[in-house]
Design a protein around this ligand. Structure first.
Ligand code: SAH
Length: 217
């Protein structure tokens, strides 16, 4: 389906308003807001849905999946504390919007998607928009052992538990941000790897993600 790659005064205005909504809900990480201002969210939607791109809602992106709410993307990007040039592994490429925000924050991104349709669509779209992460089609539970370790790992689907493979692929001092819980609702967990290999756990409360699925089909 056709995309609208025109960022008009109107879409810029809608985006400013969306970011004001996030601020009014208490979000105040200016670096993340700046990255979100730079990235037109409607580029990730089919042409007819420009308005929908600028509401704080999840939205279908194909293959039964949804783009995360803007507030969810903002929160995950912020608590991941991305620094320039860091190596970030993203699980759940989806439409690529979160990937683009991580790259605008200066990260080098390796991203895995298990739905072939989305993998193919997004690995065409992001380079068209000037982003060149490393794309992988596969199972995020396993991470990417041959590219590990990563400074940060971000999981953008709801996991029933924290996969050991992902824990082992984070650097000491690094962070793993992962929504953990049931199919409907999860808690946003941040794990920091300590020198002795244990993890310090912090909880950012309830969020809703599509499930992190194990075996394909
Ligand atoms: N960051 C994405 C979020 C998409 S929703 C965006 O903003 O568009 C979560 C994505 O995780 C979906 O695309 C889903 O297909 C993918 N996913 C689910 N289980 C997975 C797994 N085991 N490995 C990799 N990706 C997975």
């Amino acid at each position: 389906m056709s995309k609208n790659f025109n960022d008009s005064f109107r879409t810029q205005g809608l985006r400013k308003r969306l970011l004001e909504t996030l601020r009014s809900k208490g979000f105040e990480d200016e670096l993340v807001l700046e990255a979100m201002m730079k990235m037109p969210r409607h580029y990730f939607f089919d042409g007819a849905f420009v308005e929908k791109a600028y509401t704080d809602l999840a939205f279908p992106i194909g293959a039964g999946q949804t783009i995360s709410h803007p507030m969810t993307v903002a929160t995950q990007s912020s608590i991941l504390e991305v620094k320039k040039h860091e190596k970030v592994l993203e699980i759940g490429t989806g439409c690529g919007y979160q990937t683009a925000i991580l790259m605008l924050l200066g990260a080098r991104v390796w991203t895995i998607e298990r739905q072939r349709e989305l993998f193919e669509k997004t690995s065409r779209l992001l380079p068209e928009l000037g982003f060149q992460p490393k794309f992988f089609y596969g199972d995020g539970y396993k991470g990417l052992p041959s590219y590990a370790p990563f400074d940060k790992i971000l999981v953008t689907c709801g996991a029933p538990f924290v996969p050991e493979d992902l824990k082992s692929q984070v650097k000491v001092g690094g962070l793993l941000v992962i929504p953990v819980g049931g199919d409907d609702v999860q808690r946003m967990i941040r794990l920091r790897k300590m020198k002795d290999g244990t993890f310090k756990r912090e909880d950012w409360g309830e969020f809703r993600f599509v499930p992190m699925l194990e075996d394909k089909e």
